[in-house]
Design a protein around this ligand. Sequence first.
Ligand SMILES: Cc1cc2nc3c(=O)[nH]c(=O)nc-3n(C[C@H](O)[C@H](O)[C@H](O)COP(=O)(O)OP(=O)(O)OC[C@H]3O[C@@H](n4cnc5c(N)ncnc54)[C@H](O)[C@@H]3O)c2cc1C
Length: 375
Amino acid sequence: MAQPASALVIGGGFFGCAIAVALSRHLDRVVLVEREGELLRRASYVNQARVHTGYHYPRSFQTAASSRLNQRRFTELFEEAVDRRFTKLYAIARSGSRVAPAYFRRFCEHLDLPLREASDADRELFDPRLIAEVYQCEEFAFDANVLRKRMTQELDESGVVTITGAEVLGVTQGADRMAHVRYAGAAGEDEISADWVFNTTYANLNAIRGLSIGSATLRHQLTEVCLTQVPESVAGLGITVMDGPFFSVMPFPAAGRHSLTHVRYTPHTTWIERSCEDPSPDGMIAQCRPATRFEWMRADARRYMPALAGLRHDRSLFEIKTTLQDSARDDGRPIAFRRVGADGRLISILGGKIDNIFDILDVIDQMFESEGVIG
Ligand SMILES: Cc1cc2nc3c(=O)[nH]c(=O)nc-3n(C[C@H](O)[C@H](O)[C@H](O)COP(=O)(O)OP(=O)(O)OC[C@H]3O[C@@H](n4cnc5c(N)ncnc54)[C@H](O)[C@@H]3O)c2cc1C
């Protein structure tokens, strides 16, 4: 491709799309390259679809506080993709939970997270021998299909050149300070030059030659999200049992199903990427098709909520979940924003969770201000 780009974004998940749209407000020619045939097909589709409000992070105050703020921004900006048509219950297990009900209440109070005792009917769904408290919370789900439609429209309207079905192979920086991005698409290999490169490939953040963010920073898990049909009594609910080796049942609006995930069984394999000899996320997802653990998840979940014996397994989605290794300690979801290359114009970004996009866009704005790209 002859014409150089002001910025090239690698990866058309939610982060890549939102960043490309934001960049197009400051730069005149923005290109987005996505390997799949369609945008938002990978982790931005295969997840728990939770718009985090903060409840999920009682051990990481910072992540909870930023979720509280970003949830408001996300639900306002992407209203059409937000599903509010369910009651969200957070239940605290009596045994094995890292938080007790009194702590959870104080934590929610401190962060101004709406919390009230669940209705009698909802409480009765849980086994009181195993569950200490059940709270009704304000948490919503997002529909990745609606989000894809919205991001596609925004990319079109903002004039971003979007290339799908093309894999970026490597990036080099020339003496001219331009980045030269090599990619393989339907028509063979080609190259685009760009002033700025933004790598938003999530699990593949270390996989593109010239853009590594360093060894031992990424923790990968091969995860299984079970899509299920739920019994009538839990159809209008989202359920999370806290805070340890428990489970969640969340609406998955993009498929009209509920997801079942379990802290113990959803991750099939966990590894830290230390060198190129470690398994690659691509290799893992392509080669490993583990047997489903749905029955294990259901067997455990029904102990806490007997009605979940009626869950029906529809299918499972497998995806790599990538977090910063440091966050394993408190389960927080900080963002990674790493500038590499001669003048820091090759930037790799790990979002952690969907609503973190706002923190990232703020960081990009600050960076552009200090570099004089925007006044
Ligand atoms: C099981 C699971 C549950 C989760 N639950 C939640 C949740 O409930 N709420 C929440 O907010 N977050 C959740 N997350 C995290 C969330 O899904 C991610 O933070 C988010 O989707 C990351 O978006 P992304 O755009 O960075 O990544 P992706 O959506 O994965 O996008 C990266 C894109 O890069 C493309 N790509 C990769 N390599 C190349 C290449 N060489 N060339 C071109 N393109 C390339 C991929 O095809 C992909 O489309 C969960 C994640 C998982 C896996």
